[in-house]
Structure formats: C-alpha cells, structure tokens
Design a protein around this ligand. Sequence first.
Ligand SMILES: CC(C)(COP(=O)(O)OP(=O)(O)OC[C@H]1O[C@@H](n2cnc3c(N)ncnc32)[C@H](O)[C@@H]1OP(=O)(O)O)[C@@H](O)C(=O)NCCC(=O)NCCS
Length: 177
Amino acid sequence: MTRLDGNRIYLRPHEMRDKAVIFAGSAEPEGGRLTGTQGTFTMAQIEAYIDRNSTDDSRAGWVICTLDDTVVGEVVINQIDTDNRSANIRIGMFDPQYFGKGYGTEAMRLALDYGFGVLRLHRISLGVYDFNPRAIHVYENKLGFRREGVLRDALLWDGDYHDEIIMSLLEHEWRGD
Ligand SMILES: CC(C)(COP(=O)(O)OP(=O)(O)OC[C@H]1O[C@@H](n2cnc3c(N)ncnc32)[C@H](O)[C@@H]1OP(=O)(O)O)[C@@H](O)C(=O)NCCC(=O)NCCS
C-alpha cells in the first residue's frame, strides 16, 4: 500500500506502532455506536488486524493522519472482488474530537480515487445506519453515493432495532461522466 497525500490529511498504511491509537479508537463509545460495533477487541486482535491489512489481498487500508502526523482515524477498502471489480469501504475517526473537520470527506476522496483509479474497481459500496446523519450527508451529498436499499432492523443496539442503508458509487459516477 502506498501513502496518499491530501491537503489537510494524508493516508498511510497501518503499522504496528499504531496499535495503541487503534485500540483506543476501537473502545471509544460514540464511534462504536455509530458503526454498530458490538463487543470489544483485545490488543492481540488489534495486532492481528494490523497484520491483516498488509497481507490480505482483499483489503486496502490506511490510517488517516493530520499533517502534524497525528493518527485520527482509518479508512479501509475491503471485500475486494477482482472478478466483479467491486469492493466495500468503511471509515471511522478514532475520537469525536476529530469529527466534522473535513478529514472524513478528504480521506474518502483519496481512498475512492485509489479504488477506482489504481485498483480499477467499478463499484464501491457501503452500509450506514439510519441514525448517522453526518455520515449519510458525507456519502450522499459530498461524495455522490446513491442509495440502493435498506436492510431492515439489521442492527440491535441497546434493545432497539435500526435499519442499515446500503449505498454504492460506480466508476463513471465518480469520474462525473
Ligand atoms: C462519518 C465520518 C467519517 C465523517 O467524517 P467527518 O470528518 O466527521 O466529516 P466531514 O467533516 O468531512 O463532513 C461532515 C459533513 O456532515 C455535516 N453534518 C454534521 N453533522 C450532521 C448532521 N447531524 N446531519 C447532517 N449533516 C451533518 C457537516 O456539516 C459536513 O457537511 P458540510 O461540509 O456540507 O457542511 C466521521 O464523522 C466519523 O468517523 N464518524 C464516526 C464513525 C462513523 O460514523 N463512521 C461511518 C460509519 S458508516
């Protein structure tokens, strides 16, 4: 994986030195709620996860860094299916102090450029819960993802069911053809 440079952030591959910040991010309650992350991770699981990001051909993952080299989140293209030129993408900031600063939109743009340009993907999809209007706004209005459908009651969180909205972006839509 290569480093991808933006204006206010850059993306670089996961490294073992990131394990503490990824571990802390994985235990952060608001990010966990917004991503519907059930359960917790051990440090050994985080280490295995970092390893997987550099060895698994079905993934392309990066940590998101500000220009002063602070690691603020991660973005991962996963489930890469070369036969059908499709993949999934997910993103998360590691702490709410980093929400709403434009980092997520810029990180998604860099990763999508890589996915469509370098990986030659045709389709990139994602799932987002119905209680996450910030992410929905970024995906639909800022990046051009289109809604495909709804997985009804896909998440059981604190005793309530929530829908997961499935969205995708196709290569010609990203290029603006
Ligand atoms: C979702 C996420 C990646 C977006 O990244 P970000 O850096 O916070 O987003 P940005 O600052 O680039 O853009 C936020 C946009 O949402 C808008 N926004 C913020 N709160 C909003 C709300 N409640 N409803 C609608 N739009 C909202 C902002 O105004 C901004 O849009 P604008 O530039 O048109 O004004 C980030 O907030 C995050 O990591 N959230 C927690 C984990 C998560 O939800 N991951 C996605 C799971 S699918």
